[in-house]
Ligand binder design. Structure first.
Ligand code: ACO
Length: 319
């Protein structure tokens, strides 16, 4: 027993920060950002808090699932940095939606949604839950150095959520961690905004882009290959691949190592940039709400992030 997905939701900030506006903040250009990353614009929290995003996405996922907050047996929030050190972000969601169940956070950076699905699967396997909300959100723009063009252009804010019920639709999952403090570090800092006016006065995200790039291509291609093999299906059987939206070149490089047609890859990086843990569930919600998914479809997901963590899984859609 694992679970089936009953509903999905997403929430993104209203402010759209385009590449052209980004070029007024740091020495960059729309052309550089588009050709090196595939990003055209991203959403940035200006008036919204992480709690606003997580609450809205959770309510939408519950509505899509036809599940009331009182029915939830567990809430897991994937985030590298909730709005408070404590209480956990999931506790704020529980309070805001009117649920009464246990709630805790999982920090696996951008891989957090898939890690949380696997944690939830354990509760279902022990038969201690019937309905679980997994909500994944990060306010990455609050952690970047808005004077460092090599990182600040890459990220955006957002939240994605899924409500899970009893079922057998998680066919395989493959989690990995390679403890590392050199490639990508996101230190603690205060929760104030607008962040990009604060410059580099705070501890901010530091990344060796080339190292992360190399790690990411291997983690994504090998992770997907193993998850698909473990699910007992062929690569050609996969209907949708939802890759972490960090850089279109990473997705393309991983894709070239696999045998899944290009049109099965879900990509929205042009509109959101890298939204960390929210990236995979936002894309899932978009294809769900666009009516692209039909029962029986196989979805492969893959993510990587600070840690360095990586995670891949195969799910059957059966809503
Ligand atoms: N605008 C213009 N020029 C830039 C910019 C910018 N925004 N950023 C860097 N450059 C310059 C550099 O200074 C460098 O100039 P130089 O040749 O004169 O020294 C040149 O562009 C090339 O820089 P590279 O770093 O080699 O560029 P690259 O093609 O490797 O792309 C990038 C950099 C986009 C960061 C890429 O390495 C990447 O995507 N890495 C992976 C990042 C990632 O996936 N992170 C995941 C984080 S997930 C999480 O857990 C939060």
């Amino acid at each position: 027993m694992s679970f089936r997905i009953l509903g999905t939701g997403k929430s993104v900030p209203s402010y759209v920060l385009t590449n052209d506006e980004m070029a007024t903040i740091v020495d960059t250009s729309d052309e550089w950002i588009r050709t090196r990353t595939g990003i055209r614009e991203r959403r940035v929290c200006t008036t919204e808090s992480l709690s606003d995003l997580t609450t809205e996405a959770s309510k939408l996922a519950l509505e899509d699932a036809g599940v009331s907050p009182e029915e939830l047996d567990l809430i897991i929030c994937a985030t590298f940095r909730g709005e408070y050190c404590s209480p956990a972000q999931s506790c704020i969601v529980q309070r805001n939606i009117g649920a009464t169940c246990p709630a805790f956070d999982v920090n696996a950076a951008c891989s957090g949604f898939i890690y949380s699905l696997d944690v939830a699967a354990g509760f279902f396997a022990r038969k201690t839950v019937k309905k679980v909300l997994v909500v994944a959100a990060d306010n990455v723009t609050n952690s970047v150095d808005w004077e460092d063009r090599s990182t600040c252009v890459l990220f955006g804010d957002g939240c994605g959520a899924a409500v899970l019920g009893e079922g057998d639709d998680l066919l395989s999952v493959n989690l990995k961690t390679k403890g590392d403090l050199d490639s990508l570090v996101i230190p603690h800092g205060e929760n104030t905004f607008p962040k990009y006016e604060l410059g580099s006065q705070r501890p901010t995200l530091r990344m060796n882009g080339r190292e992360v790039y190399k790690f990411a291509v291997g983690a994504m291609s090998e992770g997907l290959e193993k998850a698909i093999r473990d699910a007992g299906v062929e690569q050609e059987d996969i209907n949708f691949v939802i890759p972490h939206q960090a850089n279109i070149r990473i997705i393309d490089a991983a894709r070239h190592k696999l045998h899944i047609p290009e049109d099965r890859y879900v990509c929205n990086i042009d509109r959101y940039g890298n939204t960390s843990a929210a990236s995979v569930p936002i894309a899932l919600d978009e294809i769900n709400r666009a009516g692209k998914l039909k029962n029986g479809d196989l979805i492969a997901m893959s993510a990587f992030g600070a840690g360095l963590t990586s995670a891949s899984c195969v799910l059957r859609w059966n809503k």
